[in-house]
Design a protein around this ligand. Structure first.
Ligand SMILES: C[S@@+](CC[C@H](N)C(=O)[O-])C[C@H]1O[C@@H](n2cnc3c(N)ncnc32)[C@H](O)[C@@H]1O
Length: 397
């Protein structure tokens, strides 16, 4: 059982993924901080609490005492700081150092941190080694490895594997191993978070352009009509759907690129008549150049491939088609995935649902900011599960 009214602080608070989760578990936020002004405004509007700014400028003694410290901190390398400072304190000069000085002063009962999945391998494992060593030396028990968790494990259609670090003050107890039974994973459906088009204001702002629709129609025709034993797992590059140029020395390219060029050439040789005719039409579409003249089919093998039934993204490397069970992780840039069946981008409301924010949450009115903030946020339901695990093993906090 968690004692209602426990106090927590929300560092690097963003728009409050931790705030949502810990409040719903009965906690009360007594301090928040984020350097980003727009995040602070969104936070204030939703929770009635104005976050402080840059944490590096805040004296730990000015932060109220608390039971739980939480934060999804930016991942930085420690080795340079360590070398520069002669290993006096490897964390100095990083934002993790600021977390440590607050922990060291307040000694909260629990610390819950979140980071990107590659934290363990970051800087050849040194980053995690330093974090683990530092938190232990501050008097906390933590698992030897951070745990990985993602909304798509619990039926929320977003693939967002993140590392969570649960720390329990040594006088309180251990962190029990977190065993998540993956056989219980609920199947995801993107339909669970989609809004009906007719309930979206300014729907045309989210729809893709007619030229893009025509371009996707063209690529759809391509993927449906090519004669192949298996749909290509390599990127299809329109400018390489041709005979090899005998004057071109392929050795000038790295091996992976040579391989893709040869595979595209094989594809061309097996479908010459269709591809020549298709290219003639495709070149008339004003968008058919650069990254949009490339297709990355990553939606598996099927007898009836159809881009419009999948999710796709316009990436610098090409149009990437993914299977429609869940979305790739939201990121802190404006352009979101395109929902094939709707021929449109995700709305801020849908991004909010992908991060399990409640329906009552008011996003930033400036849409680019709203997308960025959701892309940076932590998934609320994931935090709830991890935090409950951390608390429940020790009775009341
Ligand atoms: C990964 S996001 C955390 C998002 C948050 N967990 C949420 O649910 O919205 C990291 C946040 O750290 C903030 N940040 C970066 N440097 C900071 C600093 N020096 N002081 C306070 N906040 C900082 C960024 O503005 C960003 O919002």
């Amino acid at each position: 059982m968690i004692k209602k009214g426990f106090k927590f602080i929300d560092l690097f608070c963003g728009i409050g993924g931790f705030h949502q989760a810990l409040t719903s578990l009965g906690g009360k936020c007594v301090f928040a901080s984020d350097i980003d002004l727009d995040c602070r405004k969104t936070y204030q509007k939703n929770y009635g609490l104005e976050p402080f700014g840059d944490i590096t400028k805040i004296n730990e003694a000015d932060i109220p005492s608390h039971d739980v410290l939480c934060g999804g901190f930016p991942c930085q390398s420690f080795s340079k700081a360590g070398k520069r400072l002669g290993f006096e304190d490897e964390t100095k000069g990083t934002l993790f150092f600021d977390i440590c000085r607050i922990i060291s002063f307040h000694k909260p009962k629990y610390v819950l941190l979140e980071n990107v999945r590659n934290l363990a391998s970051h800087d050849h494992g040194n980053t995690w080694k330093v974090i683990h060593g530092k938190l232990s030396s501050l008097g906390y028990n933590l698992l030897p490895e951070p745990i990985i968790f993602s909304p798509h494990y619990i039926g929320v259609p977003q693939h967002r594997e993140r590392f969570y670090i649960m720390c329990v003050r040594k006088d309180i107890g251990n962190v029990e191993p977190f065993v998540f039974d993956k056989t219980t994973i609920k199947p995801c459906s993107i339909e669970d978070i989609l809004q009906d088009d007719n309930e979206i204001e300014n729907i045309k702002d989210y729809k893709i352009s007619e030229d893009l629709v025509s371009l996707i129609d063209l690529w759809n025709e391509f993927i449906q009509k090519i004669q192949v034993k298996k749909l290509p797992g390599f990127p299809i590059w329109a400018d390489r759907l041709c005979d090899l140029d005998v004057n071109e020395d392929l050795n000038q390219y790295p091996l992976w690129k040579q391989n893709f060029i040869l595979k595209n050439n094989e594809l061309y040789k097996g479908n010459k008549v269709f591809i020549d005719e298709w290219l003639g039409r495709a070149k008339q579409n004003p968008l058919f150049f650069g990254s949009k003249a490339k297709l990355e089919w990553q939606a598996g093998q099927t007898n009836h491939p159809d881009i419009w039934k999948q999710i796709f993204q316009l990436r610098p490397s090409g149009i990437r088609v993914k299977v429609n069970t869940y979305f790739p992780a939201l990121v802190a840039i404006v352009q979101t995935s395109i929902v094939g069946v709707r021929k449109r981008f995700l709305t801020p409301k849908e991004c909010s649902r992908l991060q399990s924010f409640p329906e009552t949450f008011i996003p930033d009115a400036k849409e680019p900011q709203a997308y960025k903030q959701f892309g940076n946020a932590v998934n609320v339901e994931c935090v709830k599960i991890i935090a409950k695990h951390m608390f429940n093993n020790h009775g009341s906090i």
